[in-house]
Design a protein around this ligand. Structure first.
Ligand code: ADP
Length: 226
């Protein structure tokens, strides 16, 4: 059994009279320790897919399993535990708390976990040993994203889910963030990352799942946008 299993997953949003099929019959597996990139045009269902896998949104049809556990069948309490223990989230706009310094932002996250890693060590691991006492406004975009990645890692999750983590960064900073995610992956964490950046994806030659209009249209190595 694969680590992540999407079985015929559908998600329909009802907007008054209108139904939006954000995901349709999505089926794929991800092995433990893989790094998978999700690409596709705006509105293709990428965020919906990550949110369902991250336990932040419910599916309409199908099933999602993580390590054999049925996420789609979990109640609210189980989902809260799942989000805290199993998943680390990284977002495009970092979502750091402005009046806490880098170390405090990471420590805040590790207070809700049973087996956290030391916050200072994780910040050092992402290359921010010298910047721990800086507030987000004193850090560059790339550095803020490193803090956000440290915050995602501090609970020692089995999987990192990153939604456009380089969407707000210049090409060099984007490359560095992707290399950091690759290094994290090489240390054993499964990584799923959404990005629009074709050149960046092709530098890494990783597995790419392409979504279009909620449908998985390709799944293979490298970016094959039609
Ligand atoms: P992507 O991340 O690829 O840009 P999304 O997953 O955000 O795509 O959205 C997929 C589709 O679902 C879009 O048509 C979007 O407008 C719609 N959608 C997303 N979230 C909601 C929501 N909460 N309510 C209604 N429609 C939504």
């Amino acid at each position: 059994m694969a680590f992540v299993e999407f079985e015929n997953v559908g998600k329909t949003y009802q907007m008054g009279e209108v139904k939006i099929n954000a995901l349709h019959d999505a089926t794929f597996q991800i092995e433990k320790g893989e790094l998978v990139v999700i690409v596709g045009p705006s509105g293709a269902g990428k965020t919906t897919l990550l949110n369902i896998l991250g336990g932040m949104d419910a599916l309409t049809t199908g099933k999602v399993l993580l390590d054999g556990r049925d996420i789609s069948g979990m109640d609210r309490r189980e989902l809260t535990q799942y989000r805290r223990m199993d998943v680390g989230f990284v977002f495009q706009f970092y979502n750091l708390i402005g009046n806490l310094n880098a170390l405090e932002n990471v420590e805040l996250a590790n207070q809700i976990c049973k087996h956290p890693l030391p916050a200072a060590q994780v910040l050092k691991d992402v290359g921010l040993e010298e910047r721990m006492k800086n507030f987000p406004s004193q850090l560059s975009g790339g550095e803020q994203q490193r803090v956000a990645i440290a915050r995602a890692l501090v609970n020692n999750p089995s999987m990192i889910i990153a939604d456009e983590p380089t969407g707000n960064l210049d090409p060099q900073r984007s490359l560095e963030i992707m290399m950091l995610l690759e290094r994290i992956n090489q240390l054993g964490t499964t990584v799923l990352v959404v990005t629009h950046e074709k050149d960046l994806v092709n530098k890494f030659q990783k597995r790419v799942i392409t979504l279009e209009r909620g449908i998985v249209v390709s799944d293979g190595i490298g970016y094959n946008m039609r």
